[in-house]
Design a protein around this ligand. Structure first.
Ligand SMILES: [Zn+2]
Length: 592
């Protein structure tokens, strides 16, 4: 079996791109590997028949080809594109979009091109009879780091094609051929094993969209990007944008490679899907003021900085667009009321959005929980080490009371592991502070959970309070962290009375399970029943409310502030004591 990849041939007209691509295509077919050619001959007759050769139309042509190549690549096809594609920005964008991408620069000296000049085009261009002819009176931006450079003046078509095949083998996209003409003699079994190991993302689940995104620069690339970042215009990230950026960088938001472009933003808001059809529940956007937007041009790069001015990433601005905040609020939050904290935040941000791929320079520096700041790749590796084949994720921004503990343990009766994944990004000021919550988690895990069955890591997201949509988004993020299951309780990610208790479960149920790719484990309200003598829900306990230990959050807080322990059937005393200290300290501070 082959894994999908796009081989992007670029080079001047007459360099031999299409000829080599066609030969590679035939060689792959001989080996029964799914391959498709996308080149001018193919697409200009169909997909892009309406386009001409202005810069704008050429960009559109490449954009559409990129889109199709991405879909084919995701479905395991080896895509061979052959376009002059003179602009580096468009090729870099294709690389970012497609991920599995090999750039092949077909380099041929101008004197050879002039000699070949089959249709006499170069001569006409040089005589000024044709305008905008790449290489003569229009620029060609050479690739900076192509995976392969072919010299069709010095080597035969067959040699060039075999070098492409050899690279595909070496990178593990196609199995080593049986013909020894291509590869040197290798131990085929160990090569196959290496291939499987190198291609497979660790962890029990497949990342959303197929592969785990990594947008963090390292080594020399990082060094030069840091220097480059100093030269670029700067835009400041707010707290939510900064945590979104961190998550894009580590792949928690796979398949996103940057902030949403206009076409993705629009389909996400309207129909909870990216423009290619993949389920995506929440906009992940970078807002700017109208004045900032006016100072930017599509295609340029900007440095994204945190509030202290530290450079965090370089964003390649592919889209600058206006948007309708009220519409987004209604669609994503189900309300346009500014009293809703997520909507208030949306209303307060800039009136324009910019989108495009990012290259992350650094993660935010944190003073807390660093031992629990695991990236999706790290949680996945640990899950493999623990031998977990199934893992249930638990999102929380609250202390774990007995009811939550019960849900987790019911799940653990049939699922191998639990990822307790508290959200520690920005929350409302009246939520329990993250450091206090973390103490309660560590305490409860060490006393009441088998060590080999749980993992505690923090989820760097900011709360959006979007209820049902955010529940879907949370589930997809946890899929990227390696989870196969995700607990959706009552009023997930809700706030006030904006959402019905089970709206999140209803929305998740409405999505095709194979498209979501993570199983929602749904629970009703649970409690301790004195008569049953155990934790239960209305699904398992026949008794009335008077038999149940139920306390409101407000009541518990009041008890704790007054130094009173809630019943152990409601909350473990170890947890209660930590909360009591925190609330009392808060009350004292407030009284001062
Ligand atoms: Zn009962």
């Amino acid at each position: 079996m082959s894994k999908g990849v796009t081989v992007w041939f670029t080079g001047l007209s007459g360099s031999g791109k299409t000829t080599v691509a066609t030969r590679v295509h035939d060689l792959l077919h001989e080996r029964h590997i799914h391959a498709e050619r996308l080149d001018g001959d193919v697409v200009r007759r169909s997909l892009t028949r309406d386009l001409g050769f202005s810069k704008e139309d050429r960009d559109k042509n490449i954009e559409r080809v990129t889109f199709v190549a991405k879909l084919l690549t995701r479905n395991g096809v080896v895509v061979l594109t052959a376009f002059i594609s003179p602009y580096r920005r468009m090729r870099d964008n294709a690389r970012a979009e497609i991920a599995d991408f090999i750039e092949v620069y077909v380099r041929t000296p101008m004197e050879v091109l002039l000699e070949r000049d089959v249709k006499g085009m170069y001569k006409k261009a040089m005589a000024g009879e044709i305008q905008n002819f790449t290489g003569v009176n229009d620029p060609y931006e050479e690739p900076e780091n192509p995976e392969l450079v072919l010299d069709t003046a010095a080597e035969s078509i067959e040699e060039s094609a075999l070098r492409v095949i050899a690279l595909l083998e070496e990178k593990g996209y196609v199995p080593r051929g049986t013909a020894s003409s291509v590869s040197s003699v290798v131990d085929q079994a160990s090569a196959a094993r290496r291939h499987v190991e190198s291609r497979r993302t660790p962890g029990p689940s497949v990342p959303h969209g197929g592969s785990l995104v990594n947008r963090e620069l390292q080594g020399d690339a990082l060094k030069s990007a840091l220097a480059h970042a100093r030269e670029l215009p700067r835009l400041t990230l707010d707290e939510r944008e900064l945590s979104d950026l961190e998550m894009i960088g580590v792949g928690a938001l796979s398949p996103l490679t940057g902030f949403l472009r206009r076409m993705d933003y629009e389909t996400v808001v309207e129909s909870m899907r990216l423009s290619d059809g993949l389920i995506w529940a929440m906009p992940v956007t970078k807002a700017v003021s109208a004045a900032e937007a006016a100072s930017l041009k599509e295609g340029q790069e900007v440095t994204l900085v945190d509030e202290s001015g530290e450079a965090m990433a370089i964003l390649q601005v592919t889209d600058i667009y206006s948007y309708d905040k009220k519409h987004e609020a209604q669609k994503c939050f189900g309300t346009t009321e500014a009293a809703h904290p997520g909507v208030a935040r949306l209303y307060a941000q800039g009136d324009m959005l910019i989108g495009g791929p990012v290259q992350v320079l650094r993660r935010p520096a944190y003073s807390q929980f660093n031992e629990h700041r695991l990236t999706p790749l790290e949680t996945r590796k640990q899950m493999d080490e623990k031998g977990w084949k199934t893992v249930v994720g638990f999102q929380t921004r609250n202390p774990v009371h007995r009811a939550h503990e019960y849900l987790q343990k019911v799940a653990l009766e049939t699922i191998d592991g639990l990822l307790l994944h508290p959200l520690v990004g920005a929350t409302k000021s009246d939520d329990v502070p993250a450091d206090v919550r973390m103490q309660t988690y560590e305490e409860i895990l060490s006393h009441y959970y088998p060590k080999s069955r749980v993992m505690l890591a923090v989820f760097p997201a900011a709360m959006r309070y979007a209820g049902p949509r955010e529940a879907v988004w949370h589930a997809i993020c946890r899929k990227n962290y390696g989870c196969t299951h995700f607990i959706v309780g009552r009023d997930h990610a809700g706030v006030g009375n904006y959402y019905g208790s089970y709206d999140a479960q209803i929305l998740i149920d409405a999505l095709p399970p194979h498209e979501l790719g993570i199983i929602a484990v749904k629970y009703e309200h649970t409690f301790y029943c004195r008569t049953c003598g155990n934790m239960a829900s209305t699904r398992t306990c026949p008794h009335g409310k008077e038999h149940h230990v139920i306390l409101s959050g407000t009541k518990v807080r009041e008890m704790l502030t007054n130094g009173e322990l809630p019943p152990p059937e409601f909350t473990r005393p170890e947890v209660a004591r930590i909360l009591m200290d925190a609330y009392q300290a808060q009350a004292t501070a407030a009284a001062r």
